[in-house]
Design a protein around this ligand. Structure first.
Ligand SMILES: NC(=O)c1ccc[n+]([C@@H]2O[C@H](COP(=O)([O-])OP(=O)(O)OC[C@H]3O[C@@H](n4cnc5c(N)ncnc54)[C@H](O)[C@@H]3O)[C@@H](O)[C@H]2O)c1
Length: 259
């Protein structure tokens, strides 16, 4: 622990598991105060209690990021519990993978409501406070799907492309107010979401082996490897990094095809 996030009061969405939880743990170790949001109430409170038990300053509230009113209420509660929020990690997201012509309106709406509008709901709820305080940071967890396409994963990549657009738009809009807005683009990360993806194939072990083979290093990322990049991006170590995207994918997205 080196207190790289001392004085940061950070709201993290989708923090009950996976990348969001790894980010919460890494941020706590770096001295941040945290307020965690997730729609999985039981898991969220279990994980928040563990962190509190380790002596970290952590508040939590179950909320769905698609519910703008619930998010405004959560931000108000966060401010009472840990003080004024000065950073936000928009991490909550879901895979909605289909073939374009087979995608239902319900799937389309769920994809955009969570992966794009949810991030906007949270950004909108904290931005006035960041501006009033003279600055702050928003970090959007995008994906390599924000700039590349895998067939049959429609419309998830569209929402992640748009999230990258929102990152650039808000980053430019609020740069004069000292608010930095960036995106972090992981490739495959070992979370339940990816395990579920492998399990959707008739032979999950073969699907897993296929994924590993795609990567130049022969493996996918751990959630902790994504969290380490997030620490840097939220910290004051990169004050001129704004409206951009940091890719953390082991080289996956720049290779033309595996050797
Ligand atoms: N795992 C990967 O390979 C990978 C790769 C690139 C990007 N990402 C992105 O990283 C983020 C986290 O992914 P993960 O793999 O850790 O996922 P995960 O499924 O392990 O965890 C996501 C968490 O978000 C919560 N959540 C989902 N919808 C919500 C909502 N509407 N309101 C509140 N909470 C909600 C879930 O309850 C869950 O706890 C997502 O935005 C995802 O798109 C993941």
């Amino acid at each position: 622990m080196s207190n790289r996030l001392l004085d940061k009061r950070i709201l993290i969405t989708g923090a009950a598991q996976g990348i969001g939880l790894a980010i919460a743990k890494a941020f706590a170790r770096e001295g941040a105060s945290l307020f965690l949001i997730d729609r999985d109430e039981a898991l969220l409170h279990e994980e928040a209690a563990k962190l509190k038990g380790e002596g970290y300053q952590v508040g939590a509230r179950s909320a769905d990021i698609t519910d703008a009113k619930a998010i405004v209420a959560a931000v108000a509660e966060a401010e009472t519990e840990i003080g004024r929020i000065n950073a936000l990690v928009n991490n909550a997201g879901v895979n909605v993978f289909s073939e374009p012509l087979e995608t239902s309106d319900e799937e389309w709406n769920r994809c955009f409501d969570i992966n794009l509008k949810g991030a906007w709901n949270c950004s909108k709820a904290v931005l006035p406070g960041l501006i009033e305080q003279g600055g702050g940071v928003i970090l959007n967890i995008a994906s390599t799907h924000a700039f590349t396409i895998i067939p049959h994963t429609f419309p998830y990549p569209l929402a992640k492309h748009a999230l990258l657009g929102m990152t650039k738009s808000l980053g430019l809009e609020y740069a004069p107010k000292n608010v930095r807005v960036n995106a972090l683009a992981p490739g495959y990360v070992a979370t339940q979401k990816v395990i579920d993806y492998w399990n959707s194939f008739p032979d999950p072990e073969a699907a897993k082996a296929e994924t590993m083979k795609l990567h130049p290093g022969g493996r996918i990322a751990t959630p902790e490897e994504i969290a380490m990049a997030a620490v840097f991006m939220i910290s004051d170590e990169c004050p001129f990094m704004n409206a951009t995207c940091l890719t953390v994918d082991g080289g996956l997205s720049v290779q033309q095809h595996p050797a």
